[in-house]
Design a protein around this ligand. Structure first.
Ligand SMILES: *Cc1c(COP(=O)(O)O)cnc(C)c1O
Length: 345
């Protein structure tokens, strides 16, 4: 597909010279480093981290089946989302779009960047109306699609996502924060074909590292090099890089945890379907389940009183009286079911 990325980059950034750090200007081994005004006494973190996180990206590339230069790492996905707005959208001029209900950060980040966001309603059953999405996003530069979607929990058919990537005249960002829990394969496989596609993932959910703040963005080498030009120089700190590198050596353990969470999710769903307190249990390819109840505020407050906190999604479009339940450990899930079953409607 013919795609001229530079046509979509903010024109005022095109000639920009990125900040060049000491670690950008000299790479390699020296016996003495006197170039970055660091404290010379070794305590494990007295040196600036690798601004391009090469060692960690090498490992991620082999796990995810993408090239090292197709990976951007951010301080959480939130940073990736923010940088996408900044790279493509001129404040108060360019527009972006997303589906609703979906992840709240797209709206927050667009607001902070003064980018008007078109919010396109899903169908009542939370499926996508592809025609409507293409029509309503036609004047937008950036389109966020979350799949599996949060808070609804299901994956959109890949054929629909691909059709949107093919027809949308701008950058499509598919947020795959929950893809490891889904039976559907990642859109990463489509990166070779589509230069207007970017995919965000995170180590916060399936990989069990929410605390270290590490988000991923995959895209063409061109797109990733543009994001690198505008990122804060040392956006992923040393402790995060080291911890993630270590943890990714135990990738089998992560896979086992994902399988356990998936089987707990399926157990939880079956139990929820049997509870008279629950009116509807939406299908989930994620590590959470959205349910509809008679009075979400009442059940939410009841659970809080029992020491159990879930997410009330009632104020989201199409989500009146819904609660989002994260899959916990086996005993936590049993306790959740027990508490709900004791609630009198
Ligand atoms: C949790 C979540 C993220 C993760 O954000 P981080 O900043 O990486 O922790 C991204 N997208 C969606 C849809 C999420 O639900």
């Amino acid at each position: 597909m013919n795609f001229d990325l530079e046509k979509y980059i903010r024109p005022d950034l095109l000639g920009m010279k990125p900040y060049s750090s000491a670690r950008d200007e000299f790479e390699g081994d020296a016996s003495i480093y006197l170039d970055a005004n660091e404290n010379p006494f070794d305590n494990g973190v007295n040196r600036y981290p690798d601004p391009m996180q090469k060692k960690l990206k090498g490992r991620i590339a082999s796990i995810k089946g993408v090239g090292v230069d197709q990976i951007f790492l951010g301080n959480g996905s939130d940073e990736c989302i923010d940088l996408l707005f900044r790279l493509f959208c001129r404040p108060n001029i360019d527009r972006a779009a997303t589906i609703v209900p979906s992840y709240g950060m797209y709206a927050v980040s667009s607001r902070i960047n003064q980018v008007e966001l078109t919010e396109i309603l899903l169908n009542d059953d939370f499926s996508m109306d592809v025609e409507r999405i293409l029509r309503e996003s036609a004047d937008c530069k950036l389109l966020f699609l979350c799949s599996p979607n949060n808070p609804t929990g299901h994956t959109f058919p890949k054929s629909q996502l691909i059709r949107i990537v093919e027809e949308f005249r701008g950058i499509v960002v598919v947020d795959e924060a929950y893809i490891d829990f889904s039976e559907e394969s990642s859109m990463v496989l489509e990166l070779m074909k589509f230069k207007n596609l970017a995919i965000s993932q995170t180590f916060s959910k399936a990989y069990g590292m929410a605390g270290i703040r590490l988000g991923l963005l995959f895209g063409s080498e061109d797109l990733i090099s543009w994001i690198n030009k505008i990122k804060p120089p040392y956006n992923v700190n040393q402790l995060t890089q080291d911890f993630a590198f270590q943890k990714l050596q135990e990738i089998e353990r992560v896979k086992t945890e994902i399988e356990t969470i998936k089987s707990e999710r399926n157990w939880l769903r079956k139990e929820l379907l049997g509870l008279q307190q629950i009116n509807e249990v939406y299908p989930s390819d994620s590590n959470f389940i959205l349910v509809k109840v008679e009075d979400a505020n009442k059940l939410y407050n009841y659970l809080i009183n029992k020491g159990l906190v879930v997410r009330n999604r009632s104020n989201q479009p199409l989500c009146l009286n819904t609660l989002r339940l994260t899959v916990g450990t086996s005993s936590e899930n049993r306790e959740l079911i027990e508490k709900i079953s004791e609630f009198s409607v």
